[in-house]
Design a protein around this ligand. Structure first.
Ligand SMILES: Cc1cc2nc3c(=O)[nH]c(=O)nc-3n(C[C@H](O)[C@H](O)[C@H](O)COP(=O)(O)OP(=O)(O)OC[C@H]3O[C@@H](n4cnc5c(N)ncnc54)[C@H](O)[C@@H]3O)c2cc1C
Length: 408
């Protein structure tokens, strides 16, 4: 790997969190060469987590999500190509073609194109509103502004974004009804036991959750929407939001020679090819944990930031990662904070080690073959952070129970 020189030109595709942070990190590491930041959204880089929380609840103006002020953008000396989609990549020539036909040629390319909201199409009204971008929240906020207090808003999907959106709608004085297709929300992420503990949160917060809901169609009429389910039941709502997960759009990278397999496949230093890296939501990377190596793609805010810092350091100084990266995720829902460290599998065993679901404050360990793989907490932030060391070295459940770092 050749270290970056002042004569080099780094092209960053995707002007979201990871894209902007790699620009910042490259400058912080001392890179003085040319930088071009390409983004298909018309906005300066902004932060997504507040969209479903502070912005949807009406507490923040959407402007407050901006990550890069005009002064910061100017200081970065990056050339901005916003509102333009990258449509083709020449890996050998490190050249990116944009939707207007123009070409940008550099020496290095960072792919930071994130993921998108999974589209939910229904026969009668087409694609339902979703919540991924600034424009999505402004558009849906406009719909909500026209509703009277207590209006029913159907939220399809009880995952993280659906739960956060329902919480914000409730804060606005509306009546969200969360419609989850599975037997309980988040089953596929945290497994059955933890999902059962989390399932009690909406009711305590006064939000209705309906599980095993298979939506067949949504019909629009003069007064709102009629939702039709496969068991023959119906629901009237004044607005509908689909929060059914995310999807990748890597079709523009097909035929480039890069390996695409539910993400752009990269090595442990996030390299997809010589001088081409992928970071953030779009990267399927080789993650070294205390249990060994695993190929993962992780859609967490903290991971995107960590990747940006990692690739900048690697390209500027040649230094790869020495320590174990512990993924971190949080979600604010139904008046509680869920936080998770590590990347457990939903099939991992669970040991509740502090608090109880009844108290609404707890900490649990995930374990596989007797080794700790993850830590999840509900409104127990200090205990979670004190326990992080359990994931930086291989720790058995017995050792963890002996150490009890969450108590300190
Ligand atoms: C509503 C919401 C709430 C969230 N809350 C949390 C939370 O509480 N905690 C947490 O850990 N994570 C949360 N996340 C996830 C977190 O925001 C993402 O992991 C993070 O944004 C990933 O950053 P990224 O830069 O990889 O992708 P993105 O932020 O998606 O940025 C990618 C950018 O690239 C652009 N792009 C895509 N294709 C092209 C192309 N071909 N050409 C040009 N530009 C392109 C996209 O339009 C986008 O602007 C949330 C996400 C959402 C949507």
């Amino acid at each position: 790997m050749r270290r970056l020189a002042p004569s080099d030109h780094v092209i960053v595709v995707g002007a979201g969190l990871a894209g902007w942070r790699v620009v910042e990190s490259l400058r912080r590491e001392g890179f003085t060469g040319a930088l071009t930041l390409i983004g298909d959204e018309p906005h300066a880089p902004y932060d997504r987590p507040p969209l479903s929380k502070q912005v949807l609840s009406g507490k923040w103006d959407v402007e407050k999500t901006t990550l890069a002020s005009s002064a910061q953008l100017a200081e970065s000396a990056a050339t901005l190509r916003l509102g333009l989609r990258a449509t083709r990549l020449d890996v050998e020539g490190t050249t990116v073609e944009l939707a207007d036909g123009s070409l940008v040629t550099g020496t290095h390319v960072v792919l930071a194109t994130g993921s998108r909201a999974r589209a939910f199409h229904v026969d009668s009204v087409g694609e339902l509103a979703s919540l991924r971008t600034r424009d999505d929240v402004v558009r849906f906020g406009g719909v909500l502004d026209g509703l009277i207090p207590g209006s029913v808003v159907a939220v399809i999907g009880g995952g993280f974004v659906g739960a956060e959106a329902a919480t914000s709608l409730h804060t606005r004085g509306l009546r969200p009804i969360v419609l989850e297709a599975a037997a309980r929300p988040l089953l596929g992420v945290v497994g059955g036991e933890v999902a059962t503990w989390l399932e009690r949160l909406p009711a305590i917060a006064g939000v209705e959750l309906r599980t095993n809901q298979r939506l067949l169609d949504v019909v629009r009429d003069d007064v709102g929407y009629e939702l039709l389910f496969n068991d023959g039941t119906q629901l009237r709502a004044s607005a509908v939001l689909a929060a059914v997960g995310s999807a990748l759009d890597t079709s523009w990278l097909e035929g480039t020679g890069l390996v695409i397999d539910d993400g752009v496949v990269v090595d442990e230093n996030l390299q997809a090819a010589a001088n081409v890296a992928a970071i953030g939501d779009v990267a399927r990377f080789l993650w070294r944990s205390s249990l060994g190596e695993e190929s993962v793609r992780i859609e967490h805010w903290q991971v995107a930031i960590d990747h940006a810092a990692h690739v900048a350091k690697y390209w500027v100084s040649g230094e790869g990662r020495a320590e174990i990266m512990v993924p971190y995720f949080w979600s604010d829902q139904y008046g509680k904070k869920i936080q998770m460290l590590g990347h457990p599998h939903p099939s991992d065993e669970v040991a509740l080690v502090s608090g109880t679901p009844e108290e609404g404050k707890w900490l649990a360990l995930f374990c596989r073959d007797g080794v700790v793989t993850g830590i999840i907490a509900l409104s127990h932030p200090r205990a979670l952070m004190l326990s992080k060391e359990l994931l930086t070295t291989r720790t058995t459940l017995d050792d963890a129970l002996g150490l009890e770092p969450w108590i300190a």
